[in-house]
Design a protein around this ligand. Structure first.
Ligand code: SIN
Length: 514
């Protein structure tokens, strides 16, 4: 045992960021418990298809990945965070390889290159064609199980315990039956995003913003929730299923009902323009054809290539009775990723002593107003490791420092319900998701956001005290929704993924060019 073996660390969440933080903290000698609301493997990481971006090829350049990330962030990224991400990324990718993640390779042994939107170089590594997240999750879970780290599955985060201005543990609901309190010197929130806020999402059912909501209730700074990335292409038949941007990276095109390739109307990069640009172009094309989905034409890639390069998508497409080697498939945009979250420094420290946040739950400053494709797995690996190591060092010093970030970044506070507010339809998860999709989705206006604000305030006021896991999740979604809508209302300009049709100043060329 090392000098601070007594430091108890509680990690909440089991995606790439949480698993990495847990393993690094344990490697430093901390006594780690990891809790997750489902089973270990059921994190959003598992669904990541495209891959992990990183400068691993000799003719790629760190400066180019930095620039691509900053341009995608539309001027709102923190350059220091971006440099940490890009400079430390290759080392963390090498650790994943050591852990057994088999990134796809060419016959000569070199990594296979993948291209996604807004990358100036095909630097995206993938595994199993389009099963990168699953390969990474599998390897990290296997290592965690060998590590002796205590794991509690089906343990839902009810709230953080704050004593004397410091986080000292968490209250959990285990198996949706009993409450348990776990004391900890440090708590790491790795609870992912909140895709379940929207009626169309690529996220699994577990993505209900639990960590962000708990951090808000505990008084930690949370920022940039208005920046939601909508993925352009999700299968519009059956349950929503992501069709990776890598498919367009390999040459698939988007067409409307008349067969017209419309993506170049908005941007010279066409289908490989930034996600927000392509997603809005699709939404507009759908509006013009009475809401019918547009189609992704991958027929030129051929059946063999599609099955080999995209086996997971190929299976999902065929399960829905479609043959994408012969005919274009219907696709529609869906909520995909939350750029904002719990404000952290470069080591995952939040503004509350003893509380850390990593992965999609965190707002490290890397993504600004829009995330570059395949930077999310990289962020989880890089900042998960940094947080794990920082906790180890903070525990040794017993200082639990608080970063000088956050005050200027705190989320915009939602308005309370207006007295005598108009009656609203009863709350349901589906009604909330529809509200956010319609009023705070791809295209926003002050009028729709104000109307959403009133409905959310009324629902929050009427909510009974949550008891079951589903009710606790609903309360979390409502809280995050209220902050998201308040942020979107306060930001009158369009920037990155936040698009205001009633923008007071026009969209900057730089933001569009990302
Ligand atoms: C995709 O494969 O299109 C998603 C990858 C990402 O979100 O970065």
């Amino acid at each position: 045992m090392t000098r601070h073996a007594e430091a108890g660390v509680l990690v909440v969440g089991s995606g790439i960021a949480g698993l990495t933080a847990a393993l690094h903290a344990a490697a430093g000698g901390c006594r780690v418990t990891l809790v997750t609301k489902d089973v270990l493997e059921h994190a959003n990481t598992r669904f990541a298809q495209g891959g992990i971006a990183g400068v691993t090829f000799e003719d790629d350049r760190t400066e180019d990945h930095v620039r691509d990330t900053l341009v995608a962030g539309a001027g709102l990224s923190d350059e220091r965070a971006v440099r940490v991400l890009v400079e430390e990324g290759p080392g963390r990718i090498a650790e994943l390889v050591e852990l057994g993640v088999a990134f796809d390779r060419e016959p000569d042994g070199s990594f296979t290159k993948g291209l996604e939107a807004a990358h100036s170089y095909p630097r995206v590594l993938h595994s199993g064609g389009d099963a990168t997240g699953s390969a990474i999750e599998g390897a990290l879970v296997a290592r965690l199980r060998e590590s002796g780290i205590r794991v509690i599955e089906h343990a839902f985060l009810v709230d953080l315990i704050v004593e004397g201005g410091r986080v000292t543990g968490a209250e959990l609901r285990v198996d949706d039956t009993r409450r348990e309190r776990i004391a900890a010197d440090a708590v790491v929130l790795a609870t992912g995003g909140a895709g379940q806020l929207f009626s169309h999402t690529t996220n699994p059912a577990v993505a209900t913003g639990d960590g962000i909501a708990a951090a808000l209730r505990a008084g930690a700074a949370v920022a940039d929730l208005e920046f939601v990335q909508f993925h352009p292409t999700v299968l519009a038949v059956g349950e929503a299923f992501l069709v990776s941007e890598a498919v367009r990276g390999e040459g698939a095109i988007l067409i409307d009902d008349s067969g017209r390739r419309f993506a170049f109307d908005d941007h010279p990069d066409g289908e490989l323009a930034p996600r927000d640009v392509v997603a809005r172009a699709i939404a507009r094309a759908m509006d013009a054809q009475a809401g019918r989905p547009v189609r992704l034409d991958a027929t030129a890639l051929g059946a063999d290539f599609l099955a080999r390069r995209f086996p997971t998508i190929d299976r999902a497409v065929r399960e829905r009775g479609l043959d994408w080697a012969r005919e274009p498939i219907p696709v529609t945009p869906a909520a995909h990723y939350l750029m904002g979250g719990i404000v952290t420094d470069l080591d995952g420290r939040t503004t509350l002593p003893g509380l850390y946040a990593v992965g999609e739950a965190a707002r490290t400053g890397v993504h600004g107003a829009n995330r570059l494709a395949s930077n999310s797995l990289l962020e989880g690996a890089v900042f998960g490791a940094r947080a794990g190591e920082a906790i180890d060092a903070d525990a040794a010093s017993r200082l639990w420092p608080v970063p000088a970030v956050g005050a200027s970044l705190a989320a915009t506070t939602p308005s309370p319900a207006a007295p005598g507010a108009a009656s609203v339809a009863p709350f349901s998860r589906a009604a909330l998701q529809e509200l956010l999709w319609e009023d705070a989705g791809l295209v926003r206006t002050a009028e729709r956001l104000r109307s959403a604000t009133a409905v959310l305030a009324a629902w929050r006021e009427q909510s009974p005290k949550p008891r079951t896991q589903a009710e606790l999740e609903d309360a979390n979604l409502l809280l995050v929704a209220a902050h998201l809508v308040a942020g979107a209302l306060a930001r009158g300009d369009s920037i990155g993924a936040h698009y205001r049709a009633d923008a007071v100043t026009p969209v900057l060329e730089g933001a569009l060019a990302c």
